[in-house]
Write a protein that binds this ligand. Structure first.
Ligand code: ADP
Length: 495
């Protein structure tokens, strides 16, 4: 990795991979076109990346189809797939610094977190599913007096995987790992803002011994390369993480083409409920971490903080005090907790919401402004006196903007927390087990964190209720997305 020093601990990795990865080779796009990927710290171009489109997706699908129909991957003993996946995981671990640095320059993510948490989390996800590969089995069914059956769980086929820019490495492995374990072949389309680490992973996959055609990476834009995946006649499954608006398009395209299986992990407007008996310090830390982690660019962000009236003022005071610790600056600097937003679009969109919040009459407690002369930096922003009907309380902002609201009873908190089209996650801060149990069973969301927030692990599934999507990431549940069940029936007595 080439190191560069600007007085801080800045490490700029050399960009080694910029082309599409199809059938085991790095290739130019058919059109020869490229697009720029931008460093959100500086607004400068990092590299030009091959721009894949429909023709490139077609070529990648042909390779993935051949690898599925005739290649070794789905036919290998499952433990052998697991062994190769373990090797892939080891190679990622050996390159952790370089990979974390790629996500830092591409997405403005904290380098220290990438190195210590996010790339290791991608590795442990891959290892979890490497171990799961040979634990997939069906059932034996008695049926009736005349027949018996057994079920086989077979790989679904060629998968199209469309991922967002907020966690380029983690999202890649949340989807690719169970797909590989199941014996599928795949085409991954990373977000156009963050193509760098995905191409590096493709290179490591080949070194690990994943056969050509099994894992293809086509970089490009959503309405072209992404749409070519969701509408393709020879892709068996599309697994998408991104906005609810685009999720709807993906599902529509799947329905209008070959009715491919669809799973969607979409937006959220997740509530964190802080009850009167909560420890003020802990609750404020959870609210800030839940809302500002990764500059609020996280689908489970605790963007609605409901605080019970008895503790409300103390929490607001503590939030204001602690928000100052969210040091904003270069994400390579180890003292930084808050880097730049991913790109200019997001930057402008978030600032627009902040202006809206002010106009709607919410009280700006902290932040609200941009930071520095260059780069897409926005201060961690907290609004209080927010009302449920305000746009900042309803829309997914996908940035560092928290809305604090006051409530009096548990029933009120549950009703208001559920009054959203989303249902991805929720948090509860209380010492009262009855409150925790009642609220966790009443909130319609795919994951509930009690006295913690954003606690993830490869064995714990999460995903959406309502318009946050369907299908689950992680856990053995995620294997189901890449498998289909075949029943094999035989007569008990041959006539
Ligand atoms: P965001 O709005 O947060 O950028 P998107 O939902 O637009 O999130 O993007 C998530 C992923 O979906 C990206 O890889 C993007 O390129 C892709 N995408 C965007 N539009 C489409 C589309 N029409 N069809 C398929 N994929 C798309």
């Amino acid at each position: 990795m080439a190191a560069e020093s600007n007085g801080k601990s800045t490490k700029i990795p050399e960009i080694k991979f910029t082309k599409l990865f199809i059938n085991g080779n790095f290739v130019d796009s058919v059109s020869g076109k490229t697009f720029e990927t931008i460093d959100p710290r500086t607004e400068q171009v990092i590299a030009r990346i091959a721009e894949g489109d429909k023709e490139d997706i077609d070529i990648a699908v042909k390779a993935a189809r051949a690898a599925f129909d005739h290649g070794p991957w789905p036919r290998l003993p499952a433990c052998e797939r697991g062994r190769i996946m373990m090797k892939f995981a080891d190679l990622i671990e050996e390159n952790v610094e370089e990979l974390a640095a790629l996500d830092t320059i591409d997405a403005g993510k904290l380098f220290a977190f990438g190195k210590a948490l996010e790339i290791p989390s991608a590795v442990s996800t891959l290892r979890y599913y490497a171990g799961a590969a040979d634990k997939v089995h069906g059932n034996t069914l008695k049926m009736s007096r005349e027949f018996q059956a057994y079920t086989l769980r077979e790989p679904i086929g060629v998968a199209g995987i469309i991922i967002p820019w907020n966690f380029p490495s983690i999202m890649f492995f949340y989807k690719v790992s169970p797909a590989l374990a199941a014996g599928c072949t795949m085409i991954v389309k990373p977000a156009e803002q963050t193509p760098l680490s995905a191409l590096y992973f493709a290179h490591l996959a080949k070194l690990a011994g994943i056969p050509d055609g099994v894992l293809n990476v086509v970089t490009g834009f959503g309405p072209t390369a992404g749409a070519a995946i969701s509408s393709h006649m020879d892709i068996d499954k599309v697994d998408f993480t991104g906005s609810t608006e685009v999720g709807r398009l993906v599902m529509q395209a799947a329905a209008l083409s070959n009715l491919k299986s669809v799973s969607l992990e979409l937006g959220g407007k997740s509530p964190l409920l802080i009850f009167d008996d909560a420890d003020v310090d802990t609750a404020a830390d959870l609210a800030l971490f839940g809302g500002f982690y990764n500059k609020g660019e996280i689908c489970v962000a605790s963007s609605r903080i409901f605080v019970q009236e008895g503790i409300h003022d103390k929490i607001v005071e503590k939030l204001s005090e602690k928000a100052k610790n969210w040091v904003i600056g270069d994400p390579f600097d180890p003292s930084t907790r808050h880097g730049p937003q991913v790109d200019q679009n997001q930057f402008k969109k978030i600032l627009g919401y902040i202006e809206h919040g002010k106009r709607e009459g919410a009280h700006l407690l902290t932040g609200g402004k941009t930071h520095g002369e260059k780069g897409y930096y926005i201060e961690p922003t907290i609004f209080t006196n927010v009302e449920d009907h305000m746009m900042i309380a309803k829309d997914e902002i996908f940035g560092p903007v928290l809305s604090v609201m006051k409530f009096s009873t548990i029933e009120e908190a549950i009703t208001r927390a559920n009054a959203t089209r989303y249902g991805l996650a929720a948090g509860i801060v209380t010492k009262d087990l009855n409150v925790a149990n009642t609220v966790s069973r009443s909130i319609r969301a795919g994951v509930i964190w009690i006295n913690c927030y954003t606690a993830f692990s490869p064995d714990c599934p999460y995903g959406g209720y309502k318009m946050s999507g369907f299908g689950r990431e992680l856990g053995m549940e995620a294997m189901d997305k890449y498998l289909q069940v075949k029943a094999v029936v035989t007569p008990l007595v041959n006539s």
